[in-house]
Ligand binder design. Structure first.
Ligand code: FMN
Length: 397
């Protein structure tokens, strides 16, 4: 019950899966249909013109399906994610993975989607990369888009400072390539954990295992020695070359084109895949991307908010904010300051001093930014507390 297929069966049962049986092209058609179903059902494309494999899109495109992925309901997503982070537990390692049923050396056999006209090429957008942390020896897992260059090479986008980038920089400084593994087509709990920014040295896959009730199993890959979910549909292993780059750009979360940048190149050693595998595509800037990106951060923020403000009764958020910042003994490095710095960072060009001076300005800015997140007062187990919902912006802290 910890692979993509088990999740697809679950959403089929609740009638949230559409199947497209007529042939569709990876060039714009899949992206076009996915955009049309945004906010509703997941779609399984059974016949793809350019590939022998199936493809699923808009998989966790709603809060309801996100909740199913974490084993909860729409009302307890944050509790489920926070509890899984606290109870993160190493998965069992099995001797062989289901993905080992087939092996190839051709990346282009996968149904890689061309999404938007002005992007630098087709992209794999659901790719979760695994690498060994050079300091702790533990693994890291995180999403990284990949653009095919030829049968055995992809460009791989690594935002500077993200953990995969840190592992890569370390390898490069030692004159080495970085061995990595990549999965496509996993249970969404694994994707959610991959989108979560755990502390450096912590393995996100342990969070996925906890979300999956301890039922996740991993299998070791022969070339890289890395462990990946044994039920993955596709697994690639190889290395990120220390000395080669390729230009790439695509549509980002806010539906605008990213800048053109030279990014490192991944070189394939082996591609593994299950019998009759299912590829997964995430349409950039649409609901699934925004939920995967925003929800784990929403949970993290809410966990911190709860910790910082557990003593307060929130009947009116702004009133409470006013009270907090009008408190005379507001310390320089208090948790309150830290949490509000975190909330305001990235999109509110406002510092704590201004809060005291200009609450009306703060209210206005909050209102202007309600497209990025909303603040909600929730009532749970008879207690009122503050919650951040519909968090769309990337909070990097
Ligand atoms: C659909 C999706 C695509 C993403 N694409 C990229 C990407 O191309 N490059 C990147 O550096 N981060 C990307 N991210 C964000 C990171 O995967 C995410 O911030 C992750 O938590 C970073 O992990 P880390 O804490 O191990 O660095 C993407 C996230 C999602 C949900």
């Amino acid at each position: 019950m910890s692979d993509l297929r088990s999740y697809i069966s679950q959403i089929k049962k609740i009638n949230e899966l559409k199947t497209v049986k007529s042939p569709v092209s990876t060039k714009y058609e899949i992206a076009g249909i996915t955009a049309k179903v945004d906010g509703s059902d997941a779609v399984l494309f059974e016949k793809i013109k350019e590939s022998d494999f199936r493809l699923i899109a808009n998989l966790v495109g709603t809060r309801k399906r996100f909740a199913i992925a974490v084993g909860g309901t729409e009302n307890n997503i944050h509790e489920k994610v926070i509890s899984a982070i606290k109870k993160a537990k190493k998965p069992k390692i099995t001797s062989s993975g289901k993905f080992m049923e087939n092996k190839s050396k051709n990346l282009l056999s996968m149904p890689i989607v061309t999404h938007f006209e002005k992007e630098s090429g087709p992209f794999i957008t659901s790719s979760v990369a695994y690498a060994k942390n050079p300091e702790t020896g533990k693994q890291n897992s995180s999403f990284h888009r990949m653009m095919p260059i030829d049968k055995t090479h992809f460009s791989i986008r690594m935002v500077e400072g993200r953990h995969l980038h840190r592992c890569f920089t370390d390898a490069k400084e030692h004159g080495e390539d970085l061995k990595i593994a990549i999965t496509v087509g996993v249970h969404p709990a694994i994707s959610i954990a991959g989108a979560y920014q755990a502390d450096w040295g912590k393995d996100e896959i342990d969070i996925a295992n906890s979300l999956l009730g301890g039922k996740l199993t991993l299998a070791k890959l022969p070339f890289s020695g890395l462990n990946v979910p044994s039920g993955s549909e596709f697994v690639m292993e190889g290395k990120i070359l220390r000395d080669k780059t390729h230009p790439e750009w695509m549509v980002e979360m806010l539906q605008t084109y990213d800048h053109k940048r030279n990014q490192p190149i991944f070189e394939l050693e082996n591609l593994y895949f299950r019998n009759n595998p299912i590829f997964h595509d995430v349409l950039s800037g649409y609901s699934e991307h925004r939920l995967l990106m925003g929800m784990p951060i929403e949970s993290k923020l809410n966990g911190e908010l709860k910790k910082s403000f557990s003593h307060l009764k929130f009947s009116n958020f702004l009133l409470e904010i006013k009270k907090i910042f009008q408190e005379k003994n507001f310390e320089k490095n208090s948790e309150k300051k830290i949490i509000f710095n975190k909330i305001s960072k990235n999109f509110l060009d406002l510092n704590i001093k201004n809060f005291n001076e200009n609450i009306t300005e703060f209210e206005k800015i909050l209102d202007e930014n309600k497209n990025f997140f909303e603040l909600k007062i929730s009532l749970k187990s008879g207690k009122k507390y503050l919650e951040i919902v519909n968090c769309d912006l990337i909070f990097d802290f």
